[in-house]
Design a protein around this ligand. Sequence first.
Ligand SMILES: Nc1ncnc2c1ncn2[C@@H]1O[C@H](COP(=O)(O)OP(=O)(O)OP(=O)(O)O)[C@@H](O)[C@H]1O
Length: 282
Amino acid sequence: MAHPVVDSDPTINVSDLSLSYPAHAGGREFQAVEGVTFGVGRGEVVALLGESGSGKSTLARFLAGRGPDAGEKAARIKLTGGAATVMNVPMHRMSRRTRSRLTAYAGHLAQDAGATLTPELNVGDILFEPIAERNKNFDRDVLGEKIAEMMDIVALPLAKLQEYPYELSKGQRQRVAVMRTLMLDPALLVVDEPTLGVDAINRPKIVELLKWYRERTTASMLLISHDIGMLEALVEDVLVMQHGRLVGHGDINDIFRQADHGYVQKLAQALRATAYDEIADA
Ligand SMILES: Nc1ncnc2c1ncn2[C@@H]1O[C@H](COP(=O)(O)OP(=O)(O)OP(=O)(O)O)[C@@H](O)[C@H]1O
């Protein structure tokens, strides 16, 4: 059985990978990702950009080991071509046990994760939930220090630990969801639009938290985000997807300055319209 090697380099290695959703409701199998090749080196932060429906979340969920996770059969992702390894674990025909080992080291923040926090638990227990699921006898005091540090970074008062998700704002719930993803000290962090729907004042706090995590670990990150502040603070390498294919790949500055693909040019223009020039010139 394959064991994840947490310090393997690269952390992610993808070669000509194609991913599909199964046929359902009389429809045909749908290929969401087609012939994608790239790697994420140890400690590297790679951003995955592209228009809605281009396959970013599918690729991210699969590489985080959550491909077959969805309750509904129709949402289970199948490898239909090529190969991928994550922390040296081949992603093809993975046993349930191997997958469980992998997901212990690969954190995944799904899109809009703040909306899916367990409603019956208070924030403190939500943060302990991933650890309690693996080991009932964990040390609350040791982890309490880490939680206090993270709460401080994202500017949530400690009193919030006693509150339930319905008592929090959307942005507060999202900050809790990001903290929860960091509780198991993932060696690979796959985050899908972590600041989406969070107001402009609180977005930088999520960026700060991911930066803090990056600085205290050698974690690798695959980050889906069009948040310019986040790209500036964390990202070196960018992948651009369109219709399930990779249409751009390279250094964040080069790709937006010398993009030769029509869609990458349009995306670069849109990002520049926000603040990209300031970043590229800095
Ligand atoms: N369960 C499913 N069954 C069939 N097709 C699906 C399923 N889930 C997603 N898709 C399709 O797969 C394609 C890629 O979707 P995906 O969510 O990966 O894109 P995305 O780039 O992350 O988009 P967004 O930015 O809107 O999240 C889309 O065409 C989508 O409709």
